[in-house]
Ligand binder design. Structure first.
Ligand code: ATP
Length: 140
């Protein structure tokens, strides 16, 4: 099957420091755990889309982006008999609070330290992103 549709989303690996560094993971209704992300609207900048989606999905509006991090992942999935080619751009950002208000799109959230986050994340490409984020943060 050739991909008949392309989708682009943007999101962020969000961490906060409360004694130690924790990462924010969302529990999707399909069962997987992943970072907040969502579709980039027409005429919307990637970072602007990430900010909007983070606000909608977590209630977090006060974040500080880590400048040197911008990563792209790609996957295919089948939606309503169509093969969809999807690209997601991820930023890395620090939240100043761990207070979360999740939207109807998710069934839960959790803040976890690096190793537990790596284990909890469902997809290999998301684990790869987290590994690169942790390396960058440890080098700063
Ligand atoms: P968005 O959050 O960007 O609005 P969505 O909720 O419509 O997107 P996805 O999260 O991309 O859709 O999920 C669509 C399908 O792709 C699901 O079957 C999901 O399990 C799968 N999927 C989601 N993330 C990944 C990933 N990182 N790697 C592989 N497959 C994924």
């Amino acid at each position: 099957m050739k991909p008949s549709q392309k989708e682009r989303s943007a999101g962020a690996i969000i961490f906060s420091i409360n004694g130690h560094r924790s990462y924010l993971l969302l529990h999707y209704p399909e069962g997987h755990w992943d970072f907040p992300k969502g579709h980039i609207e027409q005429d919307e900048e990637e970072k602007q889309a990430a900010l909007r989606e983070i606000k909608e999905e977590t209630g977090i509006s006060n974040i500080k982006f880590i400048e040197d991090f911008k990563e792209k992942i790609h996957y295919f999935y089948t939606g309503e008999k169509k093969l969809i080619s999807k690209e997601v751009i991820f930023y890395l950002a620090e939240a100043d609070s761990q207070e979360i208000t999740i939207s109807f799109e998710h069934i839960g959230f959790i803040w976890l330290p690096y190793k537990e986050s790596l284990e909890r994340l469902t997809y290999k490409n998301a684990k790869g992103l987290l590994e690169r984020a942790e390396i960058l943060l440890n080098s700063n």
